[in-house]
Design a protein around this ligand. Structure first.
Ligand code: NAP
Ligand code: MG
Length: 480
């Protein structure tokens, strides 16, 4: 990549007015550069929002089948680009190539779901309940939508927001995360090739604290869909309130996996490894706390630590790699600091350490701590890395109290063969996702995806609410 990649605004590839660029690093090599991207300014955002507002006037009037045609073409191009895009995701994010392919596949499944579902979404009409009138709720697009996404699923998260927004007749200004601008700009290229009218989809790269904040504060933006940290989500919610801008916030988690003594332990072990270490633990629905019933704790931990020791940590481009590096220097420092703090607080590391890691890059071994108590930061704070905190319990009530002892409430899981225990867990767990004998990261597009407590706010993504978020409801009363 010789020249800096550009923003996509009003159907054109443009440099930032700042004249500045920033580098995209491959996390397997510190200080490396995959290419340069526009370090955009609020002026660039103003231009993109202006383009999206202008495009909205015609796009909102397009028929659903017409929008579906564009999105179907986009999905066809996405499928054809699967390998190329997966490679880009691996290069700039660090996750393994298999994980990147799975990310593209997930976006295709979700996109296909919304593409079909939008046909059934419209047309809620019927006789008035109170008078001799025909009444219906007419769904109308809200206008310009801001999409701000994180680096951990750089193409899937933006698709999960952008496709429903476009299918319901909105126009979009998208800001990718600064760790992963390439995937974002690549997606803009697919939208261009899918023939979307100029200004319907715009992509501007640059710093969240500057241009992301400007999207949030801009009165021309009518709805904001954000995925990222709880810390930034709270700031966004507060700022968006100034214009009563609608928000959909998918935020952090501290997801617990509960393993009961009657569980299929090999299945539970698989769940811990998959949801604990896929994407190097940088998954909002990662398992980060494991709660073990005392009777099986010893044997479970023995198997878990053995598995951790066997995992191949390295360059995600290699098909044989089990876990890639974490996404960048800040992540690396934060995770190492959290590990150091856990040790200082008295938790005991039974898997992890630096031995055998590639010399360069932001590599961290799968790490497991035991003896973790609720007052420890390791139990409470989202680490967003391959670090599991293990605690033990005697009864299911105790397990639920531990699992719910968190500001977060995104995902959760229990492994048990006792249907009564499963039912008590489903009723008692404070989380947006409740899995029984299924790992914490699993989801389907027809199911709502969002957290409770400080893990999210606004309508969840996916399912019907994934479309609902992007429409205003007009109550129509018709006589005649
Ligand atoms: P982040 O630091 O909150 O950043 C997310 C996005 O917001 C990035 O594009 C960032 O831009 C931008 N941003 C930063 N400050 C901003 C501001 N003041 N105003 C507007 N935008 C701003 O999160 P991250 O580190 O990328 O992602 C990790 C977090 O995302 C974790 O907490 C994880 O749990 C959460 N997550 C949640 C879900 C879910 O569905 N619940 C899914 C995936 C991830 P820059 O990159 O330029 O800073
Ligand atoms: Mg990068």
């Amino acid at each position: 990549m010789a020249d800096a990649l550009k923003n996509f605004v009003a159907g054109q590839w443009k440099c930032s007015r700042s004249g500045q660029t920033f580098q995209d690093e491959n996390p397997v090599r510190r200080g490396s550069s995959l290419g340069a991207f526009q370090a955009s300014t609020p002026d660039d955002i103003d231009e993109a929002i202006g383009a999206a507002e202008a495009a909205f006037r015609a796009w909102r009037r397009t028929s659903v089948p017409e929008r579906q045609q564009h999105i179907a073409e986009f999905l066809r191009l996405l499928k054809a680009s699967r390998e190329e895009l997966a490679r880009i995701v691996t290069l700039e994010n660090g996750k393994t190539i298999r994980e990147s392919r799975a990310e593209v596949d997930s976006a295709l499944v979700e996109g296909g779901y919304h593409l079909t579902q939008v046909s059934a979404f419209y047309g809620h009409t019927g006789p008035g309940a109170f008078r001799d009138l025909t009444t219906w709720v007419q769904y109308e697009p809200v206008g310009v939508v801001g999409v701000i996404s994180p680096w951990n699923f750089p193409m899937n998260v933006m698709c999960r927001k952008t496709l429903p927004a476009l299918l319901t007749g909105n126009t979009v200004v998208f800001k990718p995360a600064s760790f992963t601008p390439w995937s974002g700009v690549f997606m803009a290229g697919l939208f261009e090739r899918a023939g979307l009218p100029a200004g319907v989809f715009n992509c501007v790269t640059g710093l969240g604290s500057s241009i992301g904040n400007h999207i949030v504060e801009h009165p021309g933006v009518r709805a904001l869909s954000f995925t990222g940290s709880t810390e930034v989500g709270k700031k966004i919610q507060a700022k968006a309130a100034a214009n009563l801008t609608r928000t959909q916030l998918e935020l952090g988690g501290k997801n617990a996996l509960i393993v009961m003594e009657d569980a299929d332990l090999s299945a539970a072990l698989e769940a811990a490894v998959t949801a604990g270490f896929a994407n190097a633990g940088q998954w909002c629905t990662s398992t980060s706390r494991i709660l073990l019933q005392r009777g099986i704790a010893g044997s479970f931990l023995e198997q878990l630590t053995a598995r951790c020791g066997r995992m191949a940590v390295g360059d995600g481009v290699l098909e044989t790699t089990d876990m890639g590096p974490v996404a960048g220097p800040q992540q690396y420092q934060d995770i190492c600091a959290a590990i150091g703090r856990a040790q200082a607080d008295g938790a005991r590391m039974v898997a992890g350490g630096g031995a055998g890691l590639p010399p360069d890059g932001y590599f961290i071994r799968p790490t497991v701590f035991v003896g973790v108590r609720p007052e420890m930061a390791l139990f409470r704070d989202e680490i967003f890395g391959p670090v599991l905190a293990v605690s033990e319990f005697d009864s299911l009530d105790e397990a639920l109290a531990l699992a719910n002892d968190s500001i977060y409430g995104l995902s959760s899981a229990i492994y048990t063969t006792d249907i009564g225990a499963a039912k008590r867990y489903i009723d008692g767990i404070e989380a947006g996702l409740a899995h029984v004998n299924v790992h914490t990261g699993y989801k389907e597009p027809s199911m709502p995806f969002g957290g409770v407590k400080q893990s999210g706010a606004g309508l969840p993504e996916n399912s019907e609410s994934g479309l609902e978020f992007f429409v205003d409801r007009k109550a129509v009363y018709l006589r005649g």
